[in-house]
Design a protein around this ligand. Sequence first.
Ligand code: TTP
Ligand code: MG
Length: 392
Amino acid sequence: MSGEPNTSDKERVIFHVDLDAFYVEAERQNDPSLIGKPVVIGGIGPRGVVATASYEARKFGVHSAMATAVARRLCPQAIYLRGNHDLYRTVSKKFMNILREYSPNVVPVSVDEAYLDMTGTERLYGETIDTADQIRKAVRDQLGLPASIGIGPSKLVAKVSTEHAKPDGVFQVRLQEAESFFAPQPVRNLPGIGPKTGATLAKLEISTLGQLAAAPVGPLRRALGPNHADYVQRRAKGIDNAPLKERVKAKSISAETTFETDVSRHSELEKVLKSLSERVGTRLRKSGLRARGASIKLRYGDFSTITRQRTFVAPGDGDQLIYDTAHTLLVTAMRARGDAIRLLGVSVTGLGEQAAQLSLLDQNPMSDSDTSEALDTIRERFGSEAISWGSV
Ligand code: TTP
Ligand code: MG
């Protein structure tokens, strides 16, 4: 272990629970003929993207964020489905409720994953690994879904452990093992290291977490900035003292972009507005929440900034709903002031879990949120930094 002390005296026991091939397994509950077969869920149109694939299909190289057209070439025998987002949301709620029976401290982080603080529960449930198996059994018995659990002294180590537990297993890493568990792993396995940081580290000839942990701090700070460098280096050693509940749940989700040169052409602004709406929609759906409204932010060439907000007819999470609302706001704002725009932003507001209060409008089986779902993965993969709007 490194010389850095852990701030708490007692080793924490954190579970990271994540359902296996969630959308596929949820579909299999409705249609058992899908069991054991390669199944791919995502957009099935020409520009469709894979949301997830069953483990049978993953053997052929199919994965999230891949173009469905490529998946079809790799695994033509798979069954291709568009998916049903309302079903996943309902199942997700039941899943979280099962977890809450095992710990008062459950923090959902996406539709199919949550952290549980299980510190000090040994006397209650017995061995830690056995408790994890009890939870997996409860999820399997009540929902028919396979879950994997990573156990660690922190959220970070628990989350990385889950990847080693999958599919349908448990994997535990103790505090004193964390650094050596991380050392041989590629830097991209560390949550928070995306393609951009990965590429920067590659230039410094850092490819594993062990190399990152041992790297001289000077060049690392110059490349990543001092705060980020120190942060990732600490995490590369498996050190993470973050509390389970780090911050209050986001009240809004936003995306914005600054143009290289100010833009006044309507068609160009619409194009960017569409992409921003899709980015926000992706993150919203992955969070499992719905929004009550959307807002836009405009900054003009003289740096004056305005925001405009509008409430939806009913809570929703679809790209089209977000875009249409943002577009109306943009058109109105541009009518009032037609100056060139330096920055454009979109956000969704009033986030909450409104699945139980679906309005009639929302019950269209081919809802906007279903179609948007399929496009989510690619956007997540490439992130906002990957997109340069200057050339749109
Ligand atoms: P994940 O937990 O990342 O993936 P998974 O549950 O399908 O497979 P596993 O955990 O066993 O690796 O995501 C949960 C669901 O979220 C997934 O079933 C589909 C959806 N999803 C997207 O829509 N876009 C994405 O980019 C990813 C990664 C997931
Ligand atoms: Mg999962």
